[in-house]
Write a new protein. Sequence first.
Length: 35
Amino acid sequence: IRTLAIIAEGIPEALTRKLIKKADQKGVTIIGPAT
């Protein structure tokens, strides 16, 4: 998986930062949340 779209709203900011950091390490692009 190279691109991940998160469409859920209300995701806590701290969790979003964790997801972005982990995705960066794995070479995955995150679109969202609340796109």
